[in-house]
Design a protein around this ligand. Structure first.
Ligand code: ADP
Length: 260
């Protein structure tokens, strides 16, 4: 099935009589699909943005009425709600812009030779404080492989995967990072001992605003865009990213990067 835009124009002679019809038939299937995706995306975005905005507006509205003027605990709680939802709004806007820049090709990823071990070290350093709070330890099996990559973007990918592993892991568990040089690529693996991901969700979670449980992003503070951003970054490196999991045992996220 294809979409065709059909247009016809009358061609008149000197005295104004129609003597011919000229027509243009244009295949606009792709355009139509892009439009559909765009309107779906805008629909989802506006819902996602409106949710925290409504909470902020409601909290400020209540404060503004003055009903909590003599109830400092309640006022404080309203300010807390407004602050938490503002943070969420900022995260959402940043992630939406990141994804937009990546997918539109406006974010040019400048690649250089990077040491895989360095990338892992920097990403782990960024999440170490959260891991400590949850008494989660990292087991790192690095290699001396070099990859051809945009360091910041790969650190962002690793940080997101580690952040997810931490979010869905129980206290006192272990997260294992593995780097393995293969024939023409380097394979990265991040394994957690968390709740796992059902088989039918292993692929969909890489889509925008997709979660295993609809409440995940709200309760765990995510945006539902993290894995979509990771996939976009890895694909722009010519690599692949996927997940394997056993529910109740844990999950492993894999991605590959080209060798230097
Ligand atoms: P979010 O910002 O919600 O974490 P992501 O795109 O990073 O968005 O992840 C999408 C969803 O995939 C999460 O909300 C969660 O349901 C699931 N998920 C991701 N990583 C893990 C993991 N390590 N263990 C269990 N579930 C995970």
């Amino acid at each position: 099935m294809r979409w065709i835009r059909d247009r016809a124009f009358p061609i008149k002679n000197d005295v104004g009589e129609i003597v011919r019809i000229a027509g243009i038939a244009e295949d606009i299937t792709e355009l139509q699909q892009i439009e559909l995706m765009k309107s779906e995306f805008i629909g989802i975005i506006s819902h996602e943005l409106r949710t925290p905005l409504t909470a902020i507006r409601a909290a400020l509205g209540l404060l503004n009425t003055g009903i909590y003027d003599k109830k400092p605990d309640k006022s404080k709680r309203m300010i807390e709600i407004a602050a938490i939802d503002s943070d969420r709004l900022v995260r959402l806007v940043n992630d939406i812009l990141d994804l937009e820049r990546l997918e539109s090709g406006h974010a040019v990823l400048e690649k250089t030779t990077c040491e895989a071990a360095d990338l892992i070290e920097q990403a782990v350093a960024g999440v170490q404080a959260i891991a400590k709070q949850q008494h989660i330890s990292f087991h790192i099996h690095s290699s001396n492989a070099h990859v051809w990559a945009a360091a910041d973007a790969i650190i962002q990918t690793l940080a997101n995967l580690l952040g997810n592993a931490l979010k869905f892991s129980p206290n006192n568990s272990t997260i294992t990072l593995n780097v393995q040089q293969q024939k023409d690529r380097v394979l990265f693996q991040i394994t957690d001992q968390g709740r796992g991901i059902p088989a039918d969700k292993l692929e969909t979670i890489f889509g925008r605003f997709q979660q295993v449980d609809a409440s995940d992003s709200r309760t765990k503070g995510g945006t539902g865009l993290g894995l979509a951003i990771c996939r976009s970054i890895i694909e722009q490196h010519g690599g692949q990213i996927w997940a394997e999991s056993t529910v109740g045992v844990g999950s492993t996220f894999f991605f590959t990067l080209p060798l230097h």
